[in-house]
Design a protein around this ligand. Structure first.
Ligand SMILES: Nc1nc2c(ncn2[C@@H]2O[C@H](COP(=O)(O)OP(=O)(O)OP(=O)(O)O)[C@@H](O)[C@H]2O)c(=O)[nH]1
Ligand SMILES: [Mg+2]
Length: 196
């Protein structure tokens, strides 16, 4: 059985810094979310989008779901993504992350063994997306969110997380672009060279 069948794209945020909804980001005429789906399809049998605007995905062939516990940030999306996914380990990426690094995904799959999550670390920072999470943490997330906690970073530190160290991750992405995300309009200008 394929333990790594499912990938989830988080697209349920407020985009308050970007000032327009990031799930509709369009780069040189290509919708970022469409390009993500296309790239992820080569590695995952099941793709799920967790969105706060289901009505915009009527023609999509992938699974479209919304947060159950609303308004609590990315962990809400991970919660429902894990519930809806059919595999044991689930890959998560954000709708504003333009670079999908398939070699790195394959690498993470090869090292994951009985952990709650596989997340990359750089010095004191952790990268919660472009990461894998195990379905078995659903109840823990549920409890955490219901206690009005929402910090993804502290949650990751409190589960059995396997960390990939920075030096190793840089072998796959020397400039760290596999963690790049587009938060502001300035990010779009700076990234004028980006094409999907
Ligand atoms: N499903 C879901 N996804 C979320 C939620 N909050 C943030 N996200 C997603 O998590 C990813 C990372 O979040 P941010 O970069 O902070 O995005 P954001 O919260 O929409 O943007 P800001 O309002 O500027 O912080 C993005 O893909 C968001 O769409 C949420 O409450 N539910
Ligand atoms: Mg946010």
């Amino acid at each position: 059985m394929n333990k790594f069948k499912s990938a989830v794209i988080l697209a349920g945020g407020k985009s308050s810094r970007m000032k327009f909804d990031k799930q509709f980001l369009n780069i040189k005429g290509v919708r970022l979310i469409d390009s993500l789906i296309d790239k992820l399809k080569s590695e995952f049998e099941e793709i799920i989008i967790v969105t706060n605007k289901k009505e915009f995905y009527k023609d999509y062939k992938v699974k479209i779901v919304s947060d159950e516990i609303k308004g609590k940030g990315p962990l809400s999306g991970i919660h429902v993504g894990l519930k809806e996914a059919s595999s044991e380990y689930v890959y998560f990426i954000a709708c504003d992350m333009p670079i999908v690094n398939l070699e790195y995904i394959t690498y993470m799959k090869s090292i994951i063994k009985d952990v709650d999550a596989c997340v990359t670390k750089s010095q004191n920072h952790i990268e919660p997306l472009n990461s894998f999470y195990n379905k078995r943490i659903i109840n823990k997330i549920d409890e955490y969110l219901c206690n009005d906690r929402r910090s993804l970073f502290s949650f990751i530190n409190n589960i059995n997380t396997m960390y990939v160290e920075e030096d190793k991750a840089r072998e796959f992405s020397h400039n760290w672009d596999m963690f790049k995300n587009l938060n502001t309009q300035e990010d779009l200008i700076i990234d004028n060279e980006l094409s999907l």
